[in-house]
Design a protein around this ligand. Structure first.
Ligand SMILES: [Cu+2]
Length: 150
């Protein structure tokens, strides 16, 4: 009995961290929405053992989930939707720390601190095979210094 519940817990942790085959994901976060805000940034750390590209993502929490890049042009912050994100082999890619990030667009309801938002990432390898990675973003409190304007 004890053995099986430990196994259950281990499997739960395994799933929560999003380890699936070649791709591992950790530190998945989003941020509570301000009143009237209907999009939210998602950050994470992702490592693929083989060279790959993130080609799609989706979440039941939003009408759309997108990959974005953020650049500064003429003193203005600009976000651009990306078709894919490159994942070099065995190299951790950090999303959400000021540059490339994921974005939930047209949220079905506001995000509150402590909410858990499921997402599905689709990663494609050089041989065109794909892997789906199920992850869960933990919603952090809205703070001033991390505001992400769209
Ligand atoms: Cu964005």
């Amino acid at each position: 009995m004890i053995k099986s519940s430990w196994l259950g817990l281990a499997m739960l942790l395994y799933a929560a961290q999003g380890f699936a085959g070649e791709v591992s994901v950790s530190d998945v976060w989003s941020r509570a929405t301000a009143p009237g805000q209907d999009s939210a940034v998602v950050g994470l750390r992702i490592t693929s053992q083989k060279e790959a590209r993130m080609v799609a993502l989706s979440s039941p929490a939003a009408a759309e989930a997108q990959m974005h890049s953020m650049t500064h042009e003429n003193g203005m912050m600009k976000m651009r939707q990306l078709d894919s994100l490159t994942l070099p082999a065995k190299q951790e890619v950090v999303l959400g720390a000021g540059g490339d990030h994921l974005m939930l667009v047209n949220l079905k309801k506001p995000l509150k601190a402590g909410d858990v938002v499921p997402l599905t990432l689709t990663v494609q390898f050089a041989d065109k095979s794909t892997e789906k990675v199920e992850i869960k973003a933990v919603v952090q409190p809205l703070t001033h210094d991390h505001q992400h304007h769209h």
